[in-house]
Design a protein around this ligand. Structure first.
Ligand code: PXG
Length: 292
C-alpha cells in the first residue's frame, strides 16, 4: 500500500488530499521531481533535491524545510513500504490562497511526497525502439517559462504528447523557438553520428536531466566522444542512432521520426551499450552512493 507524506503527516493513498484553493491546482504554481527507487534507495536523491530547490528558488517559492529535512522526510517515507523498486513524486505547491493569482496570499506551501510504483514503456519498446514525431508545439521560450524549472505547468509538453499519441507515436521531439531540437515531453534526447554521442546543450532550453547527466558520465567513462551542442531536425533524421533518457523511461531507443527510419531502423550498438551500462550502474551501485 503506497503512502503519501504531506507536510509531516502520512496518509493512505485514498486519504491524501490538498485544497481546491491550492495554487498548484488553480495555476500550476509549484515545482516537482520524479525520483526512482533502485535497491530500496532513492537514486541520485541529492541531485533531485538540488534541482527541486533551484526550481523553487527561481519561482520564489520558499520550501518550509531545508535540504537535510526534506531528504530525511523522503527517506522516512520510502522506508514505510520498503519497496525495492518504485517511484517517488516530490511536489511543492504554493499552497491554498484566494481566487486570484497573488502568490502572497498563499502562506502554507504544501510539501508532498508520494511513493508509488513506476509505470514503464512495455518491454517491446526497449527491444524494438520507439516511434516519435516532431511536435508542432514548441518547447517553452526560456523567457516565458524556463524549461530548467521543473514546474507544475506541463501543458506545453502535454500538447506535444497529444500530437504524438494521435499519430500513433510514443513520444514527441520538441523544438525550441530557434527551431533547434530541445527535448522530448518527459525525457532528454541523444543522437549518435559517426561514433560521437550528441545531445542538445542546456542553452537549447531544456531540463537538465539527472539521467542525461549520468549518461554523459557513463559515455565519458566508456571513452565515447560526447558533444553538447545545437542540434536540428536534420541531425535527427540523418543520425545513425537516437535514444531518450529520463527517470521513468531510463534509456529507450528511438528508431523512427516523422515516419522515417533512423539509421537502419533498429536500436543501435552505442544505445545498447549505454543502456546496459546504465542498468549496471543503477543496480550495482552500493546503497549509500545514491544517498546524501
Ligand atoms: N525533460 C523533461 C521535460 C522532463 O520532464 C526529463 C527531461 C528527464 O529528466 P530526469 O531528471 O528524469 O532524467 C524530464 C523528467 C512522469 C515523469 O511521471 C516525468 C519526468 C520524470 C519522472 C517522471 O512522466 N520528467
Amino acid at each position: 500500500m503506497s503512502k503519501v507524506w504531506i507536510n509531516g503527516q502520512l496518509f493512505d493513498k485514498s486519504e491524501a488530499k490538498v485544497s481546491v484553493f491550492d495554487h498548484g491546482l488553480l495555476y500550476g504554481d509549484g515545482v516537482f521531481e520524479g525520483i526512482r527507487i533502485y535497491n530500496g534507495k532513492p537514486f541520485r536523491l541529492r541531485e533531485h533535491i538540488d534541482r527541486l530547490f533551484d526550481s523553487a528558488r527561481h519561482i520564489l517559492l520558499e520550501i518550509p524545510l531545508n535540504r537535510e529535512q526534506l531528504t530525511q522526510a523522503v527517506l522516512d517515507t520510502v522506508q514505510v513500504d520498503a519497496q525495492q523498486e518504485g517511484y517517488i513524486r516530490l511536489v511543492v505547491t504554493r499552497g491554498p490562497g484566494t481566487l486570484g493569482l497573488d502568490p502572497n496570499k498563499c502562506t502554507n506551501p504544501q510539501v508532498i511526497i508520494i511513493v508509488d510504483d513506476i509505470t514503464l514503456y512495455p518491454a517491446e519498446f526497449y527491444e524494438k525502439g520507439l516511434r516519435v514525431l516532431t511536435a508542432s508545439v514548441i518547447r517553452n521560450h526560456p523567457n516565458a517559462l524556463n524549461p530548467r524549472i521543473k514546474s507544475l505547468n506541463y501543458l506545453n509538453n502535454i500538447l506535444a504528447r497529444i500530437e504524438a499519441d494521435r499519430a500513433g507515436c510514443q513520444e514527441a521531439i520538441m523544438l525550441n523557438h530557434n527551431g533547434e531540437v530541445a527535448e522530448c515531453t518527459a525525457d532528454n534526447i541523444f543522437l549518435v553520428k559517426h561514433g560521437v554521442l550528441r545531445t542538445p546543450h542546456l542553452a537549447a532550453g531544456i531540463l537538465e536531466g539527472v539521467t542525461r547527466n549520468l549518461i554523459l558520465e557513463l559515455a565519458r567513462q566508456a571513452k565515447i566522444p560526447v558533444q553538447e551542442m545545437a542540434l536540428t531536425r536534420h541531425d535527427v533524421l540523418s543520425a545513425d542512432e537516437c535514444f531518450l533518457t529520463g527517470t521513468a523511461a531510463e534509456v529507450a531507443p528511438i528508431v523512427e521520426c516523422d515516419g522515417r527510419p533512423i539509421g537502419n531502423g533498429k536500436p543501435g550498438p552505442i544505445t545498447r551499450q549505454l543502456r546496459e551500462r546504465y542498468q549496471q550502474f543503477v543496480r550495482q551501485t552500493p546503497a549509500n552512493a545514491s544517498l546524501v
